[in-house]
Write a new protein. Sequence first.
Length: 254
Amino acid sequence: MQITGHTIFIPGATSGIGLALARAFHAAGNVVIVGGRRTELLERIVAENPGMHAARIDTADPASIAEAAATVIAEHPELDTLITMAGIMRAEDWHSADGFLDTAEEIVTTNVLGPIRLIAAFVEHLQSRPDATIMTVSSGLAFAPLAVTPTYNASKAAIHMLSESIRLQLADTSVRIVELEPPSVRTALMPGQEESEFAMPLDDFVTEVMGIIASSPDATEIQVENVKFLRYGEARGDYPYVVATLNRLDPHGH
């Protein structure tokens, strides 16, 4: 993926990593469309970032995804990049169904079905562009589990394998699949995470991500240095140590 010259739709870009990346891509010379549920928040973001565009979308609602896709493609036929940023992270207690079932279903709907439905809504259009990208968003927790967030961990592992698989299927098209793998980043994804000393400052994370994209445009996985401890535990042979360290030191891991 080149760092500039694209038209990018980012559902889930009204806060946190999504908004920071939207601003960074906008500053790098891309046309950026931010997506989110709250119209007033989208309007404020557009007003604060002249030249940015917005589209209302609820990625937990199939009808909203279909409607937003039709609108974005009609208004921005040059669209060539989709970043499936929207996601939620919740703590769960699996000792009884009351402690996790409703939450787990909500996470799967947003974190797994949401990206699948988004890709389904845009993949045919993206294949019509000469150089297109789908950027999925997994997590370091796809590779090492945080005990308090079982379904989140599983949802991000699913996104990793989905990315690996559709990359193979779409190898005969103009669409490349890039997987962004954040570590814990100082955002409001989980209570207390914005103040966690173990989480990476948001600006540092985005700066490193943009640097990786600029220097390695053919990368299939975007990995900042902070995530490699989690990502490669099994390959290094220290996976038990990684899991023990993660769960002892970082109650707000991403």
